[in-house]
Design a protein around this ligand. Structure first.
Ligand SMILES: NC(=O)c1ccc[n+]([C@@H]2O[C@H](COP(=O)([O-])OP(=O)(O)OC[C@H]3O[C@@H](n4cnc5c(N)ncnc54)[C@H](OP(=O)(O)O)[C@@H]3O)[C@@H](O)[C@H]2O)c1
Length: 302
């Protein structure tokens, strides 16, 4: 079998067209949605992610404002930056690009974000809401995976989904989403991690296999069940002298070998990545709409 490609760029384009139309109609309220981006240091991967996010904002009509802080910035300065964005009426969503330098406490910074502006969905309020199965901001990568499945009309109900990785950012949040009742939930979920003795025992039982470990090509063809759906969230830079920039992006799955057995598979790059950025746009638009609704009703934003 040669798998069909789950093309994240194509899916993202279609979702972004809809978001752009929604932003146009939102902007009739007199302003466009605003995203504040906090970037600390000069990690090349972070710089490139931030550029990608800002470009995507511009394309759909969301204005973004980047606040760049040096790698030696103090914890207090980062917190003050976030608090200023919380109070800024022109900003609906706040994104703190991770990772932060070691001397800055990431959790404390994320908790400083006003939950009503938490468009990355990583504040404990958003994560708790997700766990409760209630409406709230969903972390962008798990949200993107679900939207990608929706775009290709691949249901999860009653299917066995095996997730490799248990981070809050991806694995654990994704598992919670897949366990929600209703469409694109109702899955039976297995989560594996670095202490799972034999991954293949689990991966071979997966109807849908989702790899989010950051371990380049760890999932070999033999670990993939015939006819399954394979979603590769992993992105690692691996040295490749044949490339002009000296490296290439590699997912957690050996794509060529897995594609021989899977029915559907995401490429890296061009799979989950474009969907992650797209869901940041969706969350920012939703935050802006919610703030307008709340100011109309006189209550505080959520
Ligand atoms: N495409 C996108 O938009 C996007 C967005 C976010 C992240 N990513 C990528 O997704 C990957 C994961 O990101 P993350 O933030 O979740 O990473 P993370 O916080 O480092 O978590 C990695 C998870 O993988 C597990 N793991 C590591 N080695 C393993 C192994 N040999 N066998 C089984 N499990 C193993 C770890 O287990 P323990 O918990 O036991 O340590 C951990 O739960 C990275 O490549 C990242 O770049 C991509």
């Amino acid at each position: 079998m040669s798998a069909e490609k789950l093309d994240g760029r194509e899916a993202a384009k279609s979702v972004r067209n809809r978001i752009a139309a929604d932003v146009r109609s939102f902007s009739e309220t007199g302003r466009s949605p605003g995203l504040g981006v906090v970037l600390v240091g000069d990690n090349p991967a972070s710089l490139s992610y931030v550029r990608g996010k800002e470009k995507a904002c511009e394309e759909v009509g969301i204005h973004s404002r980047e606040i760049r802080l040096g790698a030696d910035v103090s914890q207090t300065e980062v917190l003050e930056t976030v608090l200023a964005l919380n109070d800024d009426e022109g900003i609906d969503g706040i994104l703190v690009q991770l990772p932060l330098p070691d001397h800055v406490d990431e959790r404390r910074v994320l908790e400083a974000i006003d939950p009503s502006k938490d468009v990355d969905g990583l504040h404990r309020f958003s994560l708790g809401t997700l766990m409760l199965g209630e409406e709230g901001f969903i972390p962008c990568t798990p949200y993107g995976v679900i939207e990608l499945l929706k775009h290709y009309e691949i249901p999860t109900n009653g299917r066995h989904v095996v997730v490799l990785g248990r981070s809050m950012l991806v694995g654990k949040s994704l598992a919670n989403l897949l366990l929600r009742r209703g469409e694109y939930g109702d899955a039976t979920v297995t989560i594996c991690h670095s202490r799972t003795p034999d991954l293949s025992v689990h991966t071979l039982q997966a109807d849908i296999l989702i790899a989010a470990m950051g371990r380049p090509a760890l999932v070999t063809g033999e670990m993939v069940r015939e006819g399954s759906v394979v979603i590769d969230v992993g992105v690692s830079r691996v040295d490749d002298p044949s490339k002009k920039r000296g490296y290439r992006l590699q997912g957690d799955v050996d794509y060529e070998a897995a594609a021989e057995r899977a029915a559907w598979i995401t490429p890296v790059p061009g799979g989950v990545g474009p969907m992650t950025i797209t869901m940041l746009l969706q969350n920012t638009l939703d935050a802006a709409r919610h703030r307008v609704e709340m100011s109309g009703s006189g209550s505080a934003p959520r």
